[in-house]
Design a binder for this molecule. Structure first.
Ligand code: DX5
Ligand code: ZN
Length: 217
């Protein structure tokens, strides 16, 4: 059964407390998207919002950095209470290993994120060092985009490599995830499903979360 991580990018910021309580009551993880307007064309939100969510969150915070200089902000997000932190392979370049070490030295789970146009095999050398891989199933930058079906093969490829190496690296999938593809993503090997618009634009977010988990009540 996959863990469900609602992306707060699609939350109602005028009623954030209500959406935080909904996640506390129904989901597993808070997914927090940080965009700098440089690495991706969009700007999301920053520390005041993350700290506000943290003050009421009863589930772990998963920070997804879509910024050009991830190392610069790792400690700051750790002090905000992040339990998991991912940054993009495309932003880190040759500093990948160093940043993973920094994230872990702050006591957080370290994840590396990758956009749909980069072969997942570039991550294989780092699998022994990371706690999770974030496979983007849309191009990072905006909520509400259409799921890219090639993601299934990318998940199975990362899953096969982690199994070959005997590692327990979790696979997180982000972008266009909804009850219509959740079961197939879990079957392909996804452990954590991120969903923004499918959850927060729904009339009954709790039912959408349950459906994505595979609880059909
Ligand atoms: C996109 C973000 C996602 C986004 C997902 O760059 O990383 O987390 O909020 O939104 P949906 O589920 O609407 O595609
Ligand atoms: Zn995200």
């Amino acid at each position: 059964m996959p863990s469900i991580a609602p992306s707060m990018l699609s939350a109602d910021f005028l009623n954030l407390g209500k959406d935080v309580q909904m996640v506390n009551a129904n989901a597993d993880i808070f997914h927090l998207d940080i965009m700098d307007g440089i690495f991706v064309p969009n700007i999301s939100y920053g520390f005041p919002v993350v700290d506000a969510v943290a003050s009421m969150a009863e589930k772990p915070l998963d920070v997804h950095l879509m910024i050009t200089d991830p190392a610069k902000y790792v400690r700051r997000f750790s002090s905000s209470g992040a339990a998991m932190l991912s940054f993009h392979y495309e932003a880190a370049g040759e500093n990948m290993g160093e940043i993973v070490d920094l994230v872990r030295s702050c006591g957080m789970k370290a994840g590396v994120a990758i956009n749909p146009d980069i072969p997942v095999s570039v991550l294989f050398p780092y699998l022994p060092k990371v706690d999770f891989v974030l496979i983007m199933s849309v191009f990072a930058g905006f909520g509400g985009q259409k799921f890219i079906p090639e993601t299934y093969g990318r998940i199975t490829s990362v899953k096969a490599e982690t199994e070959r190496l005997g590692l327990d690296v979790k696979i997180e999938v982000d972008g266009g995830v909804s009850p219509s593809n959740a079961a197939a993503l879990a079957a392909a090997g996804a452990d954590i499903l991120v969903a923004g618009s499918a959850v927060f634009k729904a009339a009954d977010p709790a039912a959408v979360i349950a459906a994505m988990r595979g609880d059909y009540v």
